[in-house]
Design a protein around this ligand. Structure first.
Ligand code: PAF
Length: 285
């Protein structure tokens, strides 16, 4: 295999120093592994737009709550390395939690943008994300970093963090990649049984129905949210965690307009899935 597997911070720092010394632009894709086509699209963009592309695979303990799925999160290194290699990634940084997150006393946190949606439902989650992404930015020093729009709140938070803390990195948002039937790709889709996989379709279908309503002129967030709620209620295994329409500051809106985001988190059985649509963008499913 040509892709280089790097497992220590020291070795990764050496790799970065060498790339900088050779004046190579670095594209960076942060992941927790269990790679799917969504990740592949980020990798391909990073490879196409930079001299070299680097990926991290790290199931980050500090972004999981005590009752979340840290232990059972899928870990599929061999298959991930094959996908990375096929996409043209040069190096995969795969550090240990021991070296990266144990015994650290400094954290990166953000106000405002996390007072809604997953920020409220998963307390401490974005502190864990911001801290780990900051560490990776410092170690890898990328020119461009690639984040998917499926984790829309994460994307906006990282953009704000980069601006606030003056990280010299350009954040490149990438489109949500969906299965042919509309289900947004997620590493957590692997948890779904065959029946739950069918049930999970209600998430994208309810978005589609609500966006059609909005495109027909509806501007009331409550009416659009109720449309999603009623659709999801048709599936007994689905339990709504939240449905909101927010602006780019992640605040609930009074009137729906372009660039607002219809965002939802829904449990299908025990699996929590998220999805969203940015109002005004094309519905591709
Ligand atoms: O989106 C993810 O997979 C994670 O939150 C990230 C950005 C890799 C940080 O652990």
């Amino acid at each position: 295999m040509n892709v280089k597997l790097i497992e220590t911070i020291q070795e990764m720092l050496r790799f970065t120093k060498d790339a900088k010394h050779r004046n190579l632009s670095i594209g960076y894709v942060p992941t927790m592994g269990a790679l799917h086509e969504g990740h592949v699209s980020l990798m391909k963009a990073a490879v196409a737009q930079n001299d070299i592309a680097v990926m991290t695979i790290f199931v980050n303990p500090i972004q999981f709550g005590p009752n979340e799925d840290y232990e059972k999160y899928p870990r599929t290194l061999e298959a991930d390395l094959e996908k990375a290699e096929a996409a043209g990634i040069l190096a995969v940084f795969f550090p240990s939690a021991h070296e990266l997150t144990e015994n650290i006393y400094s954290f990166v946190d953000i106000n405002e943008l996390q007072n809604n949606l997953c920020g409220v439902k998963r307390p401490g989650h974005f502190r864990g994300v911001c801290t780990i992404v900051s560490k990776f930015f410092n170690i890898i020093q990328p020119d461009n970093a690639y984040f998917g729009k499926k984790d829309i709140q994460q994307l906006y938070i990282i953009k704000q963090m980069v601006k606030d803390l003056n990280f010299p990195v350009n954040i490149v948002p990438c489109e949500i990649v969906r299965e042919s039937d509309g289900l947004a790709m997620s590493s957590r889709n692997r948890y779904l049984s065959a029946n739950e996989r069918k049930d999970a379709l209600i998430i994208s279908q309810s978005i589609k129905k609500a966006i059609t309503l909005q495109q027909n002129g509806e501007t009331s967030p409550q009416i659009i949210i109720n449309c999603v709620r009623e659709e999801i209620a048709k599936v007994p295994s689905a339990k709504i965690d939240y449905i909101s329409i927010v602006n780019e500051q992640m605040q609930d809106v009074d009137t729906v307009e372009n660039k607002n985001i219809l965002a939802l988190a829904v449990y299908i059985g025990k699996t929590r899935l998220i999805d969203n649509h940015i109002i005004g963008e094309k519905l591709c499913f």
